[in-house]
Design a protein around this ligand. Structure first.
Ligand code: ARG
Length: 578
């Protein structure tokens, strides 16, 4: 159990003993300021209000009943009724010793693991992946890694857009191209290919009819046409996979579960919703009217699930997807990581799915929304000429810039080391810049800021890691060889100890709230606490006792491993040197 839970249980028990009603919680939070204890219990004020008594007196009663055990050194009342909790040094030191000897840093896997489906990346295969999918890919992958580390069963679902009328025009164009080229060559640049097909569709006599024929053939399962489609899809997926590889993203081919997989279920689903009276025919289309989401005038929110001509929509597929994930994959929790601009769509899909009884009430449906990636001009990220930015090129630029920086900082590194480190730094920078912002906000893409070695950036944390690791090289010991006890003598050691102990509760919070920036802030704070410790507490200097050296080296080891683990959960690699 983490500190927060332990304190919560203790204070709750004291509150009960003090005659406070069950519903009043202890409200435990880490203290923000030095001198106010390590944690605070803030529940006395609300409890006093409810009971109509004096909050300070009630706080005193709680303190009186508090079983401090060997965990709490002292509990003090402050202000209107805060309880400041000071943890015992010995208790902290013991806890860190256990963590240091444990490969999981003493973070127990979740006692009640869930099956969590995460729908992320999900690019549209007709075109190349763009920056919106970059955000989904980075954020989704971090959540997948973290929830897996927490012991949950994570099922990745790459809900690729692999179906729809635009494939008619693409396949018509592809079949022409295949007369002279093989598919790899024809589809080497998807953007160019799409543009060519679109121009023909708009301008070339008869091409639009052929495109429509292809749509019909595709939908009726014509084998030739399906073969062509499969070729297109395979090549387009491999384009995405190049990006995943470069990005160190865990998505595999087997995680692809594209929109087309739901095709057979769509007519069944529409029929079922009509039968249940949840959907109605309206001017030739099939619509679900959601009173639950009515506007101010009381007009229900309309969600079309079948078009007039019989075609199905994005919404139909999403309904089928929710049903599949809940009933076939047995998800306890479904996370969909997609742009905030799709909020209305998903809210409708969630509401309709619940209304239709497509999933047990206990299943949690969550839209993990994110804002837009902006250029420095404050407008959505585009190339200088206003085109969409090619992700592969963007990532190459990140790597190149980072390699240059690394070579400047450390001219002794050989070309090979520089290339490898530059790759990790460049990719780390792009990912961390995204993950460290509150995901629901827009954020400005800025090379200099993300590649800076100062501040809350990947290079700063990667560098902090290498600095800690270099101590072991200089000391000529491996962490496994350390024998002495951990002691926390100075305020800096103590502050670092508390930070280290908080890793588990931070992970728990991110797993619950799905905001990776909380982990980023934590790692940055940890690195800062380490820097302060390193300034104040010499490790290898002459005159430092063997005892202190051992203790401090063990703290260093914990810092290095916590940073590496935390960054790994964000999908960011560390290295021994940079
Ligand atoms: N392919 C969609 C897009 O590019 C994203 C799909 C997200 N997932 C979902 N179940 N709707 O906008």
């Amino acid at each position: 159990m983490n500190i927060r839970q332990l304190l919560s249980d203790k204070v709750q028990a004291a509150m009960t003993a003090a005659g406070i009603p069950e519903q009043c919680g202890p409200v435990i939070a880490p203290s923000k300021k030095a001198g106010f204890g390590d944690y605070q219990a803030n529940g006395a004020m609300a409890a006093a209000k409810r009971m109509g008594t004096n909050p300070r007196e009630l706080a005193a009663k709680i303190v009186e009943q508090l079983d401090k055990g060997d965990m709490i050194e002292k509990a003090e009342i402050a202000g209107p009724g805060f309880i400041n909790l000071h943890l015992s040094e010995q208790w902290l030191a013991d806890r860190l010793e256990t963590a240091e000897r444990d490969s999981r840093l003493n973070i127990a896997p979740e006692g009640e693991p869930q099956t969590v489906v995460i729908d992320y990346s999900s690019p549209n295969l007709a075109k190349e992946m763009h920056v919106g999918h970059l955000r989904s890919t980075i954020i989704g992958d971090a959540l997948a890694r973290l929830l897996e580390f927490q012991g949950h069963k994570v099922i990745r679902q790459n809900h690729m857009g692999d179906w729809g009328t635009q494939f008619g025009m693409l396949l018509a164009h592809l079949s022409d191209k295949l007369e002279n080229n093989d598919a790899e060559v024809a589809l080497a640049d998807l953007e160019v290919f799409y543009r060519e097909a679109k121009i023909r569709f708009d301008e070339e006599e008869g091409f639009d009819d052929r495109a429509r024929e292809y749509v019909v053939k595709l939908q009726s399962g014509d084998p030739e046409c399906l073969k062509l489609w499969q070729q297109f899809i395979d090549i387009s997926i491999s384009h995405s996979e190049e990006i995943y590889d470069k990005l160190n993203v865990t998505l595999k081919r087997s995680d692809v579960y594209g929109e087309s997989r739901y095709n057979d279920d769509l007519p069944v689903l529409v029929e079922e919703l009509l039968d249940k009276g949840i959907a109605v025919r309206d001017q030739g289309a099939v619509v679900v009217f959601l009173e639950e989401m009515a506007d101010k005038e009381g007009n229900p929110s309309p969600m079309i699930i079948q078009k007039k001509g019989g075609g199905y929509l994005y919404s139909t597929t999403d309904l089928a997807g929710i049903r599949y994930r809940a009933n076939k994959l047995h998800a306890d929790r479904i996370l969909i990581v997609v742009d905030a601009r799709q909020s209305l769509h998903l809210q409708q899909a969630f509401t309709a799915a619940r209304k239709a009884g497509f999933l047990p009430d206990s299943v949690s449906l969550e839209h993990c929304a994110f804002g837009t990636m902006m250029g420095e001009d404050g407008k959505p990220f585009k190339t200088r000429t206003g085109g969409t930015v090619k992700l592969a090129a963007l990532l190459d630029e990140a790597i190149e810039r980072a390699q240059k920086l690394v070579a400047e900082k450390n001219p002794e590194l050989g070309a090979e080391a520089c290339a490898e480190i530059g790759h990790k730094v460049g990719i780390g920078a792009v990912k961390y810049a995204d993950l460290s912002r509150t995901r629901t906000n827009d954020y400005v893409f800025n090379w200099d800021a993300m590649l800076s070695f100062e501040g809350n950036t990947a290079p700063y944390l990667q560098y902090a890691y290498t600095r800690v690791r270099s101590i072991f090289r200089r000391a000529g010991v491996e962490p496994a060889e350390l024998t002495g006890a951990i002691t926390l003598k100075t305020p800096e050691e103590r502050a670092l100890a508390i930070k280290l102990c908080q890793f588990g509760e931070v992970l728990q919070q991110v797993a619950r709230d799905t905001y990776p920036h909380i982990l980023c802030s934590y790692l940055y704070d940890l690195a800062s606490a380490y820097m302060a410790f390193y300034e104040a507490c010499p490790v290898l200097k002459e005159g430092v006792s063997e005892e202190d050296k051992q203790s401090r080296l063990r703290l260093c080891d914990l810092v290095a491993r916590t940073l590496a683990t935390g960054l790994d959960l964000l999908g960011i690699e560390v290295m021994e040197k940079m």
